[in-house]
Design a protein. Structure first.
Length: 518
C-alpha cells in the first residue's frame, strides 16, 4: 500500500455501521434484464456533475459518470478509473496510472488528456475542486495513460477530494469538458455502466446499459469495486409530490421512491411488499446564511438567530419519528473519529431573551430577512416554517421566498437573491477539511475567516489523529462563535422500496450500481 493510500485510510477510519433492509445480495445472485423505475423528488438543475452540489444531479450522474477514485462502504477512497498511483515522499507529487481499454459512451477510449481536461474544469467550478486546485502547481499528461499532479505544498487528502461523490470529479471526454468550459455541459458522456439516452425535463431521464462497459474485478463495496449493469433500462422520473411517489410504490408502478416524508415511516412498515429503507449515515439540516450581502453580514444578527432557535421542535416537526433524527452539535457525525462537541453551549440555546439582547447589540431595525426554501423538499420546508415562527417570536422580521428546488439550487449562487436558505449537508461526511460545505469560502454563504482557513490548512497537512482532532475542536468552536450557519440537527433519509428490488446500497451514499429485480 503506497503512502497516499495509507494516509487516506488512517484519516478515514470511521465506525459508521449502515443498516439496510433487505441486505444487499452478492453480484452472483443478480438477474439481468428489465427496467428500473426510480421516482426521484425533483428534476435535476443539470445533469452535469461538475456544475452543482445538487443531490439529484449526483444521484442520477452516478449511473453514467465515473471518477478516478470512489469511496468504499467505510468511506475510504479506492481506485476506480485509476489502475494504480504513487505519491512522492513529501506528498507533493501524485502520479496516476489509468486503466486501459476504458471506453466512453460515444465509442472512444479514455486517455490521460481526457482526465487532465476534466479535472481542470472541475477544479474551476466546484467548491471542493477550487479548494484542491488552489494547491495545484501543475497537472499534465505524461503519456497516453499517465497523469501527474504537482502540488505547491504537501497535502494528504488528494484522493479524498477526487473520490467525493457530491459535485464529483467525473471524467468527460476532453472535447466535452473543453466545449462546456465554465457553463453547463450539454453532452453528458461518461464511462459508467449506463449511458444517457433521453432527457425530457420534468418527464423522465432514460438510461440504457452500456455494452462496452469494463467493470473492475474487485467485489463491489460502496461506490468502489465492480459495477454490474443488470437492468436493460433505467427510467428516472421526477415526481415532486411525495404522495404520488408513495402511491406509485404501493401500486408497484415504481421500484424506488426517493426521500419520502418521515411521517410515513410507521405506515410503510406495515406493507409486506415495501421496505422502509433508512440510510443512517448522518446528514445535517442547514439554514445557510449569506455572509457577504444583506442583513446577515452582521455577525450579531446571526448570533441572535442562533440563540433563538429550539432545535428539538424544528427537527421533531420536520423529521417525525426519533429513528430518523437526533440533536448533535458536532459537524462530523458521532460515529466519525473526528467528532467533537466543541461549542455545544452555543447549540440549541432556545434563549429568546439572549436573542433579543443580541438584536439590540446588532442595531437591528426590523429589516426583513429573506428565507429561500422549497415546498418540494417537505422536510426542509417544514423546518423552515417552524424556525420562522421562532425567529419572529424573538423579534426578527422574516420573509419567506418559495421556489421549486431546481430554482433554489440555481438562485443560491446569486448573493443578491437571498439572506438565508434551507438545505442539507448531505452524507457522506468524509473529512472536515474537504466536505463540510459551510466552511468553504466558495460555497454559497461565502464564509471568509483567516483563522478557519489556517485550521483547515494545517489539518490537510497532518495525518496524526491527535493533532487533527485538536485543530478540528478549535475550528468547530469558531464555527459556533462566528454563527457561520444554522445546524438544526442530524437526519437520516427515509426512502421507500419494493421488496423485489435487490442490491441497492446506502453507504457511503445511495447507489444502484449493482441493483436488480428478483
Amino acid at each position: 500500500m503506497n503512502r497516499a493510500m495509507s494516509a487516506a485510510v488512517a484519516l478515514l477510519a470511521v465506525l459508521l455501521v449502515v443498516t439496510l433492509l433487505p441486505q444487499a445480495p452478492t453480484a452472483a445472485q443478480g438477474r439481468r434484464g428489465g427496467t428500473l423505475r426510480y421516482a426521484h423528488y425533483a428534476e435535476p438543475p443539470t445533469m452535469d456533475a461538475h456544475w452543482t452540489t445538487a443531490a439529484q444531479t449526483s444521484d442520477i450522474s452516478r449511473f453514467v459518470m465515473e471518477q478516478l477514485f470512489a469511496l468504499d462502504s467505510k468511506l475510504r477512497p479506492q481506485p476506480l478509473l485509476v489502475e494504480r498511483f504513487t505519491t512522492s515522499a513529501d506528498r507533493k507529487v501524485y502520479t496516476f496510472s489509468l486503466r486501459q481499454g476504458i471506453m466512453f459512451h460515444h465509442g472512444r477510449e479514455m486517455v490521460a488528456d481526457d482526465v487532465v481536461a476534466s479535472l481542470r474544469r472541475w477544479g474551476g467550478l466546484g467548491a471542493n475542486g477550487r479548494e484542491l486546485f488552489a494547491l495545484v502547481d501543475s497537472l499534465s499528461a505524461k503519456d497516453k495513460y499517465t497523469v501527474e499532479m504537482r502540488l505547491k505544498e504537501p497535502n494528504a487528502l488528494v484522493t479524498v477530494y477526487l473520490a467525493l461523490p457530491g459535485q464529483a470529479a467525473v471524467i468527460y471526454p476532453k472535447e466535452v469538458a473543453e466545449e462546456a468550459g465554465r457553463g453547463r455541459a450539454r453532452r453528458i458522456i461518461g464511462t459508467g455502466p449506463y449511458r444517457l439516452v433521453e432527457h425530457l425535463p420534468d418527464r423522465h431521464i432514460k438510461l440504457e446499459r452500456f455494452a462496452q462497459y469494463k467493470p473492475r474485478s474487485e467485489p463491489g463495496d460502496g461506490l468502489a469495486g465492480k459495477r454490474e449493469a443488470y437492468f436493460d433500462t433505467v427510467m428516472i422520473l421526477p415526481i415532486p409530490d411525495p404522495a404520488v411517489r408513495i402511491a406509485g410504490i404501493q401500486k408497484g408502478e415504481y421500484h424506488f421512491a426517493h426521500a419520502v416524508p418521515p411521517d410515513e415511516y410507521n405506515r410503510l412498515r406495515q406493507y409486506p411488499q415495501i421496505v422502509a429503507f433508512v440510510v443512517p449515515c448522518a446528514s445535517w439540516l442547514i439554514g445557510q446564511m449569506n455572509k457577504i450581502q444583506g442583513p446577515l453580514t452582521n455577525k450579531k444578527l446571526r448570533q441572535a438567530i442562533q440563540a433563538a432557535l429550539d432545535m428539538e421542535k424544528v427537527m421533531s416537526a420536520a423529521f417525525g419519528p426519533k429513528e430518523l433524527w437526533r440533536l448533535d452539535p458536532g459537524l462530523m457525525p458521532k460515529e466519525h473519529y473526528m467528532w467533537t462537541d466543541a461549542g455545544k453551549e452555543l447549540y440549541n440555546q432556545k434563549n429568546v431573551e439572549r436573542a433579543r439582547t443580541l438584536l439590540r447589540e446588532a442595531g437591528y431595525q426590523g429589516q426583513p430577512v429573506r428565507w429561500m426554501t422549497s415546498p418540494e423538499r417537505t422536510t426542509y420546508y417544514t423546518a423552515s416554517l417552524v424556525a420562522k415562527s421562532q425567529l419572529e417570536a424573538a423579534g426578527i422580521k422574516m420573509e419567506m421566498v418559495l421556489v421549486d428546488w431546481a430554482t433554489l439550487i440555481s438562485r443560491r449562487n446569486r448573493a443578491d437573491a437571498w439572506d438565508l436558505f434551507t438545505t442539507g449537508q448531505l452524507a457522506p461526511l468524509v473529512d472536515p477539511v474537504v466536505n463540510v460545505l459551510p466552511l468553504l469560502p466558495n460555497w454559497p454563504g461565502w464564509y471568509e475567516s483567516r483563522d478557519m482557513a489556517a485550521f483547515l490548512k494545517l489539518m490537510s497537512r497532518h495525518t496524526e489523529v491527535g493533532v487533527r482532532k485538536d485543530l478540528w475542536q478549535r475550528a468547530q468552536r469558531l464555527f459556533y462563535e462566528d454563527a457561520v450557519t444554522i445546524k438544526f440537527g442530524d437526519f437520516f433519509v427515509l426512502h421507500a422500496m419494493r421488496r423485489e428490488l435487490r442490491g441497492v446500497t446506502g453507504s457511503p451514499v445511495l447507489a444502484f450500481l449493482n441493483a436488480w429485480v428478483q
